[in-house]
Design a protein. Structure first.
Length: 391
């Protein structure tokens, strides 16, 4: 059996432990060396300088490539550094199509930075097939998607987008941060390049920032390697090691978190104060069937609407378990309020148009006891309802 044949539960272990032939240490060392001795003037070793390659980073890059079924992996200082690098494969005069509900940092990069380099863009709802087809121009080189979307969890048909993009000679890039390779493997569905904010589920503990790219073809891998080395936003070696540590438990963490998310989503949907729950794991959710045709879980992130900003304000004060902060994908449950956090730059009209209502909260469910989480929400909801009765 080779690593390729293992299931992901085994792969997360076998790709991150590499017994050292000299010492027997089972973990790869944190190889903190910027430079490497060269054997002679005529012979060069495998490594020369850490920006171009480092043994610890190699283990991480090979691990994510194996998990995503890709040809080659790359590690970057942040998710945005990975995303910037992916867009730098484009040239002046090129055009990109980007899904409308894209991560805020990606929206900012595409709309405010790429135009300075002569790269044109169109944002479209990639679930609207007619709109997607109409967005192509003769110079469209990439379609960029993210599914499920943030924070309304809309599901995009990856295979269909790939079919349409490839018919127009455009590549497809997919941000797989929300699903992780444990639940969804975009390269298997025809995507050409996968991106991750390693900051989220892959690291998993709200500690480091990291970004990853996995390419399907050798050609695209070579192009990304050139930019990684030329631009130099590589992941620090100590953080490579921490990300490897995170990946060891990725599979058990995301499965536990997703099971908690499903249980909590069902419970939330029954609470009178909750007007709507967005979670692809719920059978009556719009994208449920599509989600389970291309992924194996609804994931660990959900959003729900409790009617008003005032209710949100009270809930945040009364909950004891979830931490109220930005970010997601960690062992602890993280509650965030998109209108004032991730989507604060949008106007109220823009937000409402894409379903980000004033009472909408996003929850990244952690590994705590789900009954404790329900009890915590229950006591908070009861206090909000009691205060409403007094008014
Ligand atoms: C957080 C996030 C990013 C950006 O990653 P950083 O590590 O914060 O730079 C990109 N895409 C998604 C979906 C994210 O959640």
């Amino acid at each position: 059996m080779s690593i390729k044949d293992f299931s992901d539960d085994t792969k997360v272990i076998k790709t991150t432990t590499r017994p050292d032939p000299e010492t027997g240490a089972i973990n790869p060392p944190i190889q903190l060396s910027s430079t490497f001795v060269q054997p002679s003037l005529d012979h060069f070793g495998k490594y020369d300088y850490t920006r171009s390659g480092n043994p610890t980073r190699d283990v991480l890059e090979e691990s994510i490539a194996a998990l995503e079924h890709g040809n080659r992996g790359f590690a970057f200082a942040t998710g945005m550094a990975a995303i910037s690098t992916a867009f730098l494969t484009l040239h002046q005069g090129d055009h990109v199509i980007v899904t409308k509900d894209v991560y805020g940092g990606t929206f900012r990069l595409v709309s405010q930075l790429l135009p300075n380099y002569g790269i044109d863009y169109t944002f479209v709802d990639c679930n609207d097939e007619a709109a997607l087809k109409a967005a192509f121009k003769p110079n469209t080189k990439v379609v960029y998607i993210e599914t499920p979307s943030n924070p309304t969890l809309k599901v995009t048909d990856i295979k269909r987008v790939v079919q349409i993009a490839h018919a127009h000679d455009a590549l497809v890039f997919a941000d797989n941060t929300f699903m992780t390779p444990i639940f969804q493997k975009p390269l298997d569905l025809g995507v050409d390049l996968v991106l991750h904010s390693g900051t989220k589920f892959l690291a998993g503990h709200s500690d480091i920032l990291a970004g990853l790219i996995v390419t399907k073809s050798k050609e695209l891998g070579d192009a990304v390697y050139f930019i990684q080395n030329a631009m130099g936003a590589t992941l620090g070696i100590s953080d490579c090691w921490l990300l490897l540590r995170g990946i060891k438990t990725l599979s058990i963490r995301v499965k536990a978190e997703a099971a908690n998310a499903l249980s909590l989503a069902k419970w939330l949907a029954e609470q009178p104060i909750v007007e709507k729950v967005n979670y692809p794991g719920l059978e009556d959710f719009d994208g449920h069937d599509l989600q389970f045709s291309q992924a194996t879980s609804g994931g660990a992130v959900l959003s729900f609407d409790i009617g008003s900003e005032d209710n949100v304000r009270q809930l945040v004060q009364k909950l004891k378990i979830p931490v109220f902060s930005v970010s997601l994908g960690a062992v602890e449950t993280i509650l965030s309020y998109p209108p004032k956090m991730s989507h604060a730059e949008m106007s109220a009209e823009e937000r409402h148009a894409c379903g980000i209502t004033d009472g909408l909260l996003r929850l990244s469910v952690g590994v705590e006891d789900v009954d404790d989480l329900k009890a915590d929400f229950k006591q908070a909801f009861e206090k909000i309802e009691a205060s409403q009765l007094q008014h």
